[in-house]
Ligand binder design. Structure first.
Ligand code: PEP
Ligand code: MG
Length: 626
């Protein structure tokens, strides 16, 4: 489906969207050196620009010494970093198998060389010696030894040699430095923090990008993002959609095939990246950029129109919020408030955890900006791929490399074990509630007991604030729960007795139901929210809420996919929260369908057992009965 031929305009073949991801990444070599890489369409739009490589962040390592008694511990740190680096490189190596032979032949030897350098090598022996004999910290030892070896290699690049041989020595020296940087990055857990040198209009190309890295990007300067790793539904993709930067994730081999300054076309609609585009490809890409902008303008006209079906059923369309810079976009989208405020951004890219005042100020600013429209604030959802340094620094969370973070102490479980974290955040949210309507949302709930415990804490915090003289309403803001595990969905009837509202999180619900990692490119094509098992869980949870006349919304990525809207309406849902840019698209569908026809359509869909059949039904039903 994604093996595109050179010369085909981007945006046409193999269109991907959440739920119907592309197959494995492939590359094609074109006649004029044009090469295409296919990955996962993560954020819509088309961009053309020069490559900026972010695989080599500047890592400040000061010459630090250790005590003789710490040698063993330092060597153990070094071993752990070597193991982690091996894992990363082995994974990259395995993913190259999806590339055509000529691309593999180019990239694989480089990765093999890196792997050899961290085997039983001169480099590793030298680093260990630097730790044991010079009492250098592991990171200082790595930098010192890598630099020493690079120096020896460069000394061989004598002026008498021909240019090709000299370039070969320079390349080898750079490879030693690169593996040194990888080791140091893993030793210091340094993320890609430095985007400082990013030129305006550049395309960021990197092996991988964490959600915290994505939070640092400036969408007004950045044209596009491409990574080798990652899928369309991980949190990084969610962030990139929020930023509105055309992005393709999981384009295997691309970062090693490009050099800084190479021109690429990123098609975030089709999930295709074209390296060294031909003149025809560039013309087609420029047309696609203009067409995308025109489509945006067309949708903007929908802003003031009601979100109502043809038979007058009102539908609540709200925005998901990841980063403050989205606020203007949310206001322009016509969304009726924020249905999911992910608070993780507040904790990312900082050394310490924000205190109550700092959090209260931030929440207040957002609540006030929404001008009386409701804001649903979700308390910290640490876990899964959402690693946050400030929390590890404070010893509040387990080491993410020691545990299975997707199934460990995460979401509400973590907060109940760390009352100081939970209570601080609840207090800040309650204080912000004095400035506009808020709701509090609990992530990763699995049991009734957790909700009861959370409510006790919530009420205790409210009493404490009142004693302090803070303005807290007698009737506390609603306390709702995410339905994002199969366990929660299947006990929705019991949970509905404890919670004030449900927000169905289909991102994690899909991942946990199908046992597929959200951000893992190798299995990204198996991540399918249209799997009947996922749809049945959505149906069960929705019906449990409706029976109790309890508000229920859906806030996973599928809420923003207009093809799925008729089905979700037919299942009884009337509230959706999504990436702000998706609101007009979904509104257009809402305004074109009849709710009874949606019910009949949903019945047909729910009789199916094959996800492909379901996708085909959705594709053929842009407007059931409308
Ligand atoms: C979800 O899991 O569907 C969800 C909305 O939460 P997040 O994507 O932040 O995990
Ligand atoms: Mg979730």
């Amino acid at each position: 489906m994604n093996a595109t031929s050179p010369g085909m305009p981007p945006g046409v073949p193999g269109g991907t969207a959440p739920g119907t991801q592309a197959g494995p990444a492939r590359a094609r070599t074109g006649v004029r050196g044009e090469r295409r890489f296919t990955g996962f369409a993560a954020a819509a739009g088309v961009a053309i620009g020069p490559v900026f490589r972010a695989t080599e962040p500047e890592i400040p390592v000061t010459q630090s010494k250790i005590a003789a008694a710490d040698i063993a511990a330092e060597c153990a740190r070094l071993d752990a970093a070597i193991t982690q680096s091996r894992k990363q490189l082995t994974k990259l190596r395995a993913r190259l198998a999806v590339l055509p032979e000529e691309s593999q032949a180019e990239i694989a030897p480089l990765i093999d060389a890196y792997l050899r350098m961290i085997g039983p090598s001169r480099l590793v022996r030298g680093i260990r010696r630097q730790v044991e004999e010079r009492l250098l910290s592991a990171e200082s030892a790595v930098m010192a030894e890598a630099e020493a070896i690079a120096g020896v290699i460069l000394a061989q690049a004598e002026p008498g040699l021909n240019a090709e041989d000299r370039a070969g020595f320079h390349r080898r020296a750079e490879e030693v430095r690169e593996i040194g940087r990888r080791l140091v990055r893993n030793l210091t857990r340094t993320p890609f923090r430095s985007f400082a040198g990013l030129p305006d209009g550049a395309i960021l190309v990197s092996e991988s990008l964490r959600p915290a890295d994505a939070a640092l990007l400036d969408p007004s300067r950045l044209a596009g993002v491409v990574t080798d790793e990652g899928g369309a539904d991980g949190h990084t993709a969610v962030m990139l959609r929020a930023l509105g930067v055309p992005s393709v994730l999981g384009a295997a081999g691309l970062s090693h095939a490009t050099r800084p300054g190479d021109i690429v076309v990123v098609d975030g609609i089709a999930g295709i990246v074209t390296l060294h585009p031909s003149a025809e490809t560039l013309i087609a890409a420029r047309r696609a950029v203009a067409a995308f902008a025109r489509e945006r303008q067309r949708y903007a006209r929908l802003r003031r129109l009601a979100a109502e079906t043809t038979d007058g059923e009102a539908v609540d369309l709200q925005a998901n919020f990841e980063l403050p810079l989205e606020l203007p976009l949310i206001a322009q989208s016509g969304a009726h408030g924020i249905g999911l405020l992910r608070t993780e951004f507040l904790f990312m890219n900082r050394d310490s955890v924000p205190d109550e005042n700092a959090q209260a100020e931030t929440y207040r600013g957002i609540v006030e900006a929404m001008n009386g429209d409701p804001v649903t604030i979700r308390v910290l959802d640490w876990g899964g791929e959402k690693d946050i340094e400030a929390l590890s620094n404070a010893g509040l969370v387990p080491d993410i490399s020691d545990v299975n973070p997707a199934m460990g102490l995460r979401g509400l479980r973590l907060l109940l074990r760390r009352p100081e974290l939970f209570e601080t955040q609840l207090a800040a949210i309650l204080r912000a509630g004095a400035y506009g309507p808020v709701r509090v949302l609990l992530p990763m709930v699995t049991t009734v007991g957790e909700v009861r415990a959370a409510r006790e804490t919530y009420e205790r915090v409210a009493r404490r604030l009142r004693r302090r003289g803070e303005r807290v309403p007698d009737r506390l803001p609603p306390l709702g729960i995410m339905i994002e595990t199969p366990g929660a969905a299947l006990s929705a009837d019991a949970l509905a007795l404890e919670a004030d509202f449900f927000a169905i999180g289909t991102n994690d619900l899909t991942a946990h139901t199908l046992a597929v990692d959200r951000g893992e490119s190798d299995v990204a094509d198996m991540y399918n929210p249209l799997h009947p098992a996922v749809l049945r869980l959505i149906q069960f949870a929705t019906e449990a809420a409706l029976r109790m006349r309890m508000p229920v919304s859906l806030c996973g990525e599928m809420a923003g996919d207009p093809r799925i809207t008729p089905l979700l309406l037919g299942l009884g849902l009337r509230a959706f929260s999504m990436n702000a840019s998706a609101v007009p698209r979904v509104k257009q569908v809402v305004r074109s369908v009849d709710s009874d026809a949606c019910v009949r359509f949903a019945r047909r869909v729910m009789e199916q057992s094959d996800p492909e059949q379901i996708a085909a039904l959705l594709a053929g039903s842009a407007n059931p009965g409308g």
